[in-house]
Write a protein that binds this ligand. Structure first.
Ligand code: ATP
Ligand code: MG
Length: 369
């Protein structure tokens, strides 16, 4: 199997840089999700790993071998695209057999491998059909079958289930994970859906504007985001943000919420972090919905607001609290919480879970590798 190393990779199209100084190590047998918004450079990165696109600068190693300028067909990497690229005139069987035929594999061996992979993907009953007779989920399974049949060192999947409906997507997510575990192929999976990324990835690499922002296990990117972009992109409902500024009275640091001037006293560990960043003018206070509590008005260290919306999600409620300056804070509460629209409330924060960001640069001042 394979590990894939990308070293200082750049990809330029004329004067536009689609991938900028990318350094990433994808571990042997790992399921790595490349996550980011449209246009951030995910497909371009995948195409470079596969060899369909050459980097403008940098190196790509596959199993310690420099493959930067090696042709796609010689890399032993399978690539499944978002749009199923099946041959319409061939049966499912022949579509899956195709990569083995081009490699000159013996007929009986091809038959054995096609049947094995078809069984694994539960498409052994449709081997004689043509693509146009199949529904989306089966088409995608066939495309996967064609990718997997030659037991590639690595699998690259570009939004492979993006076009399927919600229920199918969920099924396919589970199937793909199972398949990855069974086949042991190092897998790079592209999506712009953070829920999919959190669900599937051993690790997630978050990209934005051609730049890799952070790589980590799902819980790491969720609870320890490196910057505001990652904090905003991961999680649903997303992290809440309050704009504050540091105040120093008598040597003791606190943060003033700019919206209404409320002073938030800081525990020592947060004050220490701030003390290391005396240059800061604005501090963005980040806190996830599950780490905010609704308390009665006047509670120490709380910020006032009123209930704007109550969403009943079954096993919990999401309460949108509108602060005095109009900032909305989403709070996750137990289903039994009784609150009505318009109620005056205050919110407090689990200080251990507060994340502070440099408002200007967007960088977390609490991030540790
Ligand atoms: N062959 C090309 N020539 C010029 N620009 C390109 C080319 N391929 C990609 N780009 C540009 O590079 C940027 C990144 O494209 P890419 O397809 O990698 O994004 P993506 O993250 O896969 O987005 P999406 O989620 O929409 O698929 C885009 O702005 C795109 O227009
Ligand atoms: Mg893409």
């Amino acid at each position: 199997m394979a590990d894939i190393v990308l070293k200082n990779i750049y990809k330029r199209f004329d004067d536009f840089t689609a991938v900028k100084d990318l350094n990433l190590e994808i571990r042997d047998k790992e399921f790595l999700v490349l996550l980011g918004p449209s246009g951030c450079g995910k497909t371009t990165t995948l195409r470079m790993i596969s060899g369909l696109e050459l980097p403008s600068e940098g190196k790509i190693l596959l199993d310690n071998e420099d493959v930067t300028f090696k042709r796609a067909s010689r890399r032993d990497i399978a690539f499944v695209f978002q749009l199923f690229a099946l041959y319409p005139h061939l049966t499912v069987y022949n579509n899956i057999a195709f990569p083995l035929k081009t490699q000159g594999v013996e007929k009986s061996k091809i038959d054995q491998e096609v049947k094995k992979i078809a069984k694994l993907l539960q498409i052994d009953h449709i081997l004689n059909k043509k693509p146009k007779q199949l529904a989306g989920g089966d088409l995608q399974r066939v495309a996967l079958g064609r990718g997997l049949v030659r037991k590639p060192k690595a699998m690259l999947l570009d939004e492979p289930i993006g076009t399927l409906d919600a229920k199918f997507r969920e099924e396919m997510r589970t199937e793909l994970k199972g398949l990855h575990i069974d086949s042991g192929s190092t897998t790079v999976y592209v999506t712009h859906d953070q829920v999919e990324a959190m669900d599937m990835g051993d690790r997630i690499a978050v990209m934005n504007h051609s730049v890799l922002q952070q790589v980590g296990e799902p819980h790491e990117v969720y609870s320890n985001p490196k910057n505001l972009f990652v904090a905003k992109f991961i999680g649903s409902p997303g992290m809440n943000f309050l704009e504050t500024e540091a105040e120093n009275s008598g040597g003791k640091l606190s943060l003033k919420y700019k919206g209404d001037g409320t002073k938030i006293e800081l525990p020592d560990f947060l004050a220490d972090k701030l003390n290391n960043h005396k240059e800061l003018t604005g501090v963005t206070w980040g806190i996830r919905p599950e780490d905010v509590s609704i308390v009665s008005e006047g509670t120490a260290n709380s910020v006032r607001g009123n209930v704007f919306i109550v969403e009943n999600m079954g096993n919990h409620k999401i309460i949108d609290v509108k602060l005095q300056d109009g900032t909305m804070v989403r709070v996750r509460e137990l289903p039994k919480t009784e609150l009505n629209i318009g109620d005056n409330v205050s919110i407090t924060f689990d200080m251990k879970m507060v994340r502070l960001f440099n408002t200007e640069s967007g960088d977390s001042i609490m991030f540790q590798e």
